[in-house]
Design a binder for this molecule. Sequence first.
Ligand code: ATP
Ligand code: MG
Length: 140
Amino acid sequence: MSQLERTLAIIKPDSVARGIAGEILTTIEQAGFRIRGLRMLRLDRRQAEGFYAVHRGKLFFADLVEFMSEGPIVVLALEREDAIRKWREAMGATNPASAAEGTIRKRFGTSMQRNCVHGSDAPDTAHFELGYFFRESEMV
Ligand code: ATP
Ligand code: MG
């Protein structure tokens, strides 16, 4: 039996602004993820920098922080077996142009930056990122 795992997903500001957050939530549920936590919020610049601290120093960092704090986002704690890998698979590649057919980024992404969704990439980052937004008692 494989173990249940949790990962942090974000519906990014581009998706919320375009009114496709609901469609992405439907996709998430239909793909077999259980939603254990859900919140809408707006990151300020400092919070966006802290969340993406691993990318500090990269050329796209300043633009990424600007983008992630431009409007409301939806943060989600998702659970299923192999959740981290399966959610990355459902999102598709970082660049929507090269993402696989049927993935969220292929369906809705408009650029390398405005790629609609985020997902943790490993168990340690999932732990950090879930803790960034949710207390244990807020994941039900
Ligand atoms: P995420 O961490 O958001 O799930 P990812 O793991 O597929 O995406 P990362 O390499 O971690 O990709 O980059 C984080 C985010 O930074 C990307 O999702 C994208 O919004 C932005 N980004 C990454 N590379 C570039 C780039 N070359 N130009 C512009 N934006 C970029
Ligand atoms: Mg990443």
